[in-house]
Design a protein around this ligand. Structure first.
Ligand code: HEM
Length: 116
């Protein structure tokens, strides 16, 4: 398996993640009203910045989630699906970094939300 090295890899990762997340019993419903035509380019820009150091994402990620009725358990599930997506498709330093960064951000966000 190859590592995440290009913007095409990042796009494929984001799409593979949402293929799982949108169908997921626990967190799928949060994406019911998401306009993916608008949302996907923002996710590509976000992960291109985090993983490949490409400038372009402007936003405040935590704030975009504060209005959602998320719980710590939802964040755990998000991390599980994200990690599963990476491990099924990529291997290498950047793939490992993606898992670590996702975990760190999810745990940080989760501190702002209730248990369960
Ligand atoms: C259970 C956990 C999560 C759920 C259900 C969730 C769901 C969503 C939804 C529905 C949106 C808004 C889409 C729209 O514009 O309509 C969004 C935006 C976003 N999420 Fe999450 N999210 C979760 C966790 C995370 C985590 C842990 C990260 C980062 C590692 C993340 C990164 C982002 C980014 C970058 C955006 C775009 C913000 C922007 O528009 O600038 N999300 N998320």
């Amino acid at each position: 398996m190859k590592d995440i090295t290009s913007e095409a890899d990042v796009e494929q990762l984001v799409q593979a993640f949402y293929a799982r997340a949108t169908k997921d019993e626990q967190i799928g419903h949060f994406f019911e009203h998401t306009d993916f035509v608008k949302h996907l380019p923002r996710m590509y820009a976000f992960w291109n910045f985090i993983l490949l150091g490409k400038e372009g994402y402007k936003g405040s990620v935590l704030e975009k989630h504060l209005h959602m009725a998320l719980t710590k358990r939802d964040f755990e599930r998000w991390v599980f699906l994200f990690t599963e997506t990476i491990l099924a498709n990529y291997a290498g330093e950047t793939a490992d970094m993606a898992i670590q960064r996702a975990q760190t951000m999810a745990w940080t966000f989760a501190t702002k939300f209730p248990e369960q």
